[in-house]
Write a protein that binds this ligand. Structure first.
Ligand code: SUG
Length: 441
């Protein structure tokens, strides 16, 4: 297949992947609290998904796991002494905090940043804003290393901004709340920013993560044409049903925009957006899922729309879905229908159960970028996957990762040592030098 402009970077799942139930409002994370995880299977499942995309002729990249436990956070909070002493003290005084700094949540690369292709910006530059991920503590410690990696990968061709400052506890959740609709990837697009709430409105009992003001700031920072930027508010009912990010209830690829009837708060605003897209995007193809066909609850438990929709040969599209969708006859019926009435002609299922149990489907695991040929040539190829590199990564994961991890194992100092050994060998394999804090001391 000729290069269409799309490249995805998946988060390589780290050796401390576990079920600590850290994300309120994320039903899967809550449901699997304290279950035994299998970090090795998780990382291999993630690599298999990357291979599936690569097999379609779409270039595939990856982000490295972040350094966990994040000792720098513990030290900033007053824990001192040797690394072992820091962990042992935290384990004794505040095990909940220790679990937060051990999370492997950087695997969900869709939350890493918001990406705008150069074709959409006034200055014809790629713009990337790392997400501050402020609304969950374990995720708020990701943006620093995310920015480092984005600079290493895209530094030659883009402007990587500072994350936007958080407001009143609300943050920015990156591409999980951002959609781009265009006739083709490399044609000017319309960017839809989806937010949970204006930052200065208070809500009872709803866990909205993204502030409207932050979405607006990202769009301005990316130098987008206001005529081509649209804003939609998440429906509180959808958030309460477990759609903490918008990418669980809607998705877009090129001219196709799929959304659930109850995804957005304001029907009038949604109609305005649809009308605008219809007027300006050649072949615009909206698909609405009605609640009577698939309820919000079914959508959230199946993760039907947290799939990866990619363009393959002959302008056809392929949907890469989590295996769990197969347990839902109504979702399977819907898939049959769209195959006959839309550009989506191919359906594939992938086993990413380990990530799904923490609320991360195929779309969560990847950061989608759109680059032209010149920009593609300037990307840092150390972060691009090849069949050989894939095999090497599989071997390294199999050598170092545990196949069982319980949240109480995080209190064991040996896990920190294993994790550092893996990350050290990983940077050697990829010839990246010293990029982790523990390598710089
Ligand atoms: O932020 N889960 C992640 C899942 C992110 C899904 N991403 C997208 N929808 N794009 C989150 O809630 C669970 C961690 C734990 O429970 O240990 C977690 O962080």
């Amino acid at each position: 297949m000729t290069f269409s402009g799309e490249i995805n970077f998946d988060g390589l799942i780290g050796p401390t992947h576990n079920y600590a139930g850290l994300s309120q409002g994320n039903l899967a994370s809550q449901k699997h609290l304290n279950q035994t995880s299998n970090p090795q299977a998780a990382a291999l499942q993630g690599l298999d998904k990357m291979r599936l995309i690569m097999d379609q002729g779409i270039p595939q990249g990856f982000f490295l796991p972040h350094e966990r436990p994040h000792l720098r956070t513990l030290r900033a909070l007053g824990f001192g002494g040797t690394d072992e002493e820091v962990i042992n003290q935290a384990a004794k005084q505040n095990p909940a905090l220790l679990k937060n700094v051990y999370s492997a949540s950087s695997m969900w690369a869709a939350n890493a940043a918001t990406f705008s292709p150069s074709i959409d910006s006034y200055d014809q530059n790629i713009h990337i804003t790392p997400a501050n991920l402020n609304s969950m503590f374990h995720r708020s410690i990701e943006h620093e290393f995310t920015k480092t990696q984005l600079e290493l990968i895209f530094g030659g061709v883009s402007q990587v901004h500072e994350p936007i400052k958080n407001i009143s506890g609300y943050g920015d959740e990156g591409a999980a709340n951002h959609l781009r609709v265009s006739a083709q990837h490399l044609m000017p697009g319309f960017q839809i920013f989806v937010y949970g709430s204006p930052a200065f409105e208070s809500h009872q009992g709803i866990i909205a993560r993204q502030a409207e003001e932050i979405s607006q700031a990202v769009s301005t920072q990316h130098q987008l044409d206001p005529e081509r930027v649209l804003f939609l508010k998440q429906n509180e009912q959808a958030i309460n049903s477990g759609s903490f990010h918008n990418d669980i209830v809607s998705l877009a690829n090129e001219e196709v925009f799929i959304f659930h009837q109850e995804a957005f708060a304001d029907r009038v605003e949604l109609e305005r957006v649809l009308h605008h897209l219809k007027e300006h995007v050649k072949g615009f193809h909206p698909i609405e899922i009605l609640s009577e066909d698939i309820s919000l609850d079914d959508l959230v438990s199946s993760y039907l729309l947290n799939s990866q929709l990619i363009t393959v040969d002959n302008n056809e599209m392929m949907m890469l879905l989590p295996e769990e969708v197969q347990n839902h006859p109504n979702c399977m019926r819907w898939l049959d229908e769209i195959k006959s009435s839309s550009p989506i002609k191919h359906i594939e299922f992938v086993d990413i159960r380990q990530s799904m149990m923490n609320g991360g489907g195929p779309a969560c695991l990847r950061f989608k970028a759109v680059v032209n040929n010149d920009e593609f040539d300037k990307l840092n190829e150390k972060f691009l996957l090849s069949p050989t590199k894939l095999m090497d990564l599989r071997a390294l994961v199999s050598k170092h990762y545990r196949d069982q991890l319980n949240p109480e194992d995080l209190l064991d100092i040996k896990l920190m040592q294993e994790s550092c050994t893996f990350l050290d060998e990983l940077t050697q394999l990829l010839d990246l030098g010293s990029i982790y804090n523990f390598q710089k001391i």
